[in-house]
Design a protein around this ligand. Structure first.
Ligand SMILES: [Fe+2]
Length: 488
């Protein structure tokens, strides 16, 4: 990719997507940083997960199929930062590290060009590469269609699948898990797709015991990657899917992939499904004012009998080209996702018992990776932060961080934009314990051309001022999701 004919931004993106530095254990001293780690963050940690190995043998895997690579950035009391990075030692990682090439199929990557060699491996392999959070005495690395993997929180050593006493053995568990801070519960969502789609939400207490279960069936086959929740509801995007019969047949025969065998069903309107938490009552289906394919939700809460939901929605979506993936023999290209329309951030209001919602566009910018106060799930929260583009015409890859003031949605957005060849990851909000509207934003900035990743720390109430602190690291692969762990 280091050719004068390839745009610098494309070179940078490709380098950052394909980076694979392997296990790391290093300390960045205070004098190697620009600025200093704010004392309010001392003792806290940033966690990050994403594909850390995508060029596997002589094939480039779709990022969804790259092996999970967990990063932990400990912000120490002496002002230094300790980075630990390690692969999640799933059976597929171990097999492919041993073989030196792809062994199993993924969602969007075949192990072989010859279709008959893929036939016996129709179930995508679990690579534990999508989310990371702490629950009790373990970290959980989530993936989209299997169990999360438990890791030692100090060493990142893989303990194995976390099955919660066998409750989710063999089930597809969404990578996104949500925490009910008020009740001290972790929520897992299991999904079974068919003519209709079955959902089971399991609520887990701090001892890993399942203390509540909600089951529901939604009409049709729907795409679900994330959900929102309040004390009364689990909230899903309607996201109707259409099977492409020829592509599905190809996938089942070992050619093509599962991801490219489905597409959004544009014949059906944007909808939300509201599932009564605890299973009390039927699923409510609510029609939205326009097309909406929701991948990520922000927060949700109830106010005077109305339900308020913040969601990032595409008007349309094409599977398979995420992160600029172009196939097993092509470089990553940031122009591919730019060709589709950006996700729009809406505040959706469902009045009372109505089955028709209204929505308010919260910013003209496209927004993804929405994050908010980690202890405000289901209750009003002052800020939503997300990854965005400065130019409102474009979707990802992201070059900016946005802050939306949810206390006054007419207030101007906060925006900070990175240099041209630097890419912005999910912004994590580390709130002040005394004032939930104050705190810091922590985000990874990827500079493929400069061969560097920076952990940047911002004043959450003044993003435009730019980073207070820049902590430099070797180039790390682009990550998906992370979490911030408060001290202690
Ligand atoms: Fe996600």
């Amino acid at each position: 990719m280091n050719s004068p004919s390839v745009p610098a931004r494309t070179q940078s993106w490709n380098a950052a997507m394909a980076a694979s530095p392997g296990p790391l254990d290093l300390v960045i001293a205070p004098d190697a940083m620009e600025g200093a780690i704010p004392s309010a963050l001392h003792g806290s940690r940033v966690l990050s997960n994403g594909p850390g190995w995508t060029r596997i043998g002589d094939r480039t895997a779709h990022p969804f199929d790259g092996h999970g690579y967990v990063r932990s950035f400990s912000l120490r009391a002496d002002g230094s930062c300790h980075l630990q990075a390690e692969f999640v030692k799933t059976p597929s990682y171990i097999a492919e590290a041993d073989a030196g090439h792809l062994v199993h199929r993924g969602f969007a990557t075949n192990a072989h060009d010859a279709f008959w060699k893929n036939l016996k491996k129709n179930v995508p392999r679990n690579v534990a590469n999508t989310t990371i959070l702490r629950w009790g005495d373990r970290l959980l690395a989530g993936w989209e269609a299997g169990a999360p993997y438990a890791l030692d929180p100090e060493t990142l050593a893989t303990r194995g699948e976390e099955l919660f006493g066998g409750a989710i053995d063999g089930l597809a568990t969404l990578a996104h898990m949500r925490k009910d801070h008020a009740q001290g519960r972790l929520v897992l969502c299991n999904i079974k797709a068919g003519r209709n789609t079955d959902f089971t939400f399991r609520e887990v207490d701090s001892s890993n015991a399942i203390v509540a279960t909600t089951e529901a069936t939604v009409e049709g086959m729907v795409f679900t990657h994330d959900y929102a929740m309040t004390s009364s509801y689990f909230i899903l995007g309607g996201n109707p899917l259409r099977l492409k019969p020829a592509a599905l047949a190809m996938s089942l025969m070992g050619a093509g992939t599962l991801l490219t065998a489905v597409s959004p069903d544009k014949r059906r309107p944007g909808r939300l499904h509201l599932i009564p938490r605890g299973g009390d009552g039927p699923v409510r289906t609510v029609t939205l004012p326009g097309p909406a394919f929701v991948v990520h939700f922000g927060n949700a809460f109830e106010r005077d009998g109305d339900l308020i939901v913040d969601a990032c929605a595409f008007e349309d979506f094409t599977f398979g080209e995420e992160f600029g993936y172009g196939g097993t023999d092509a470089p990553f290209d940031p122009a591919r996702p730019e060709a589709r329309g950006p996700q729009k951030l809406y505040r959706i209001t469902v009045p009372g018992d109505s089955d028709v919602a209204t929505w308010e566009l919260l910013t003209p910018h496209g927004v993804d990776f929405p994050r908010f106060h980690p202890e405000h799930e289901g209750v009003p929260t002052p800020w939503l932060f997300g990854a965005t583009r400065k130019d409102t015409r474009y979707s990802d890859p992201f070059d900016s961080i946005i802050g939306v003031d949810l206390r006054d949605t007419s207030a101007p957005n906060q925006l900070w934009t990175a240099p041209d060849t630097v890419f912005v990851g999910e912004p994590l909000f580390a709130p002040d314990p005394e004032d939930p509207a104050e705190g810091h934003i922590l985000a990874l900035l990827s500079d493929g051309l400069g061969d560097r990743t920076t952990l940047a720390i911002f004043d959450a109430a003044n993003l435009a001022a730019g980073p207070l602190t820049r902590i430099p690291f070797p180039l790390l692969p682009i990550a998906f999701h992370g979490d911030w762990l408060r001290k202690g």
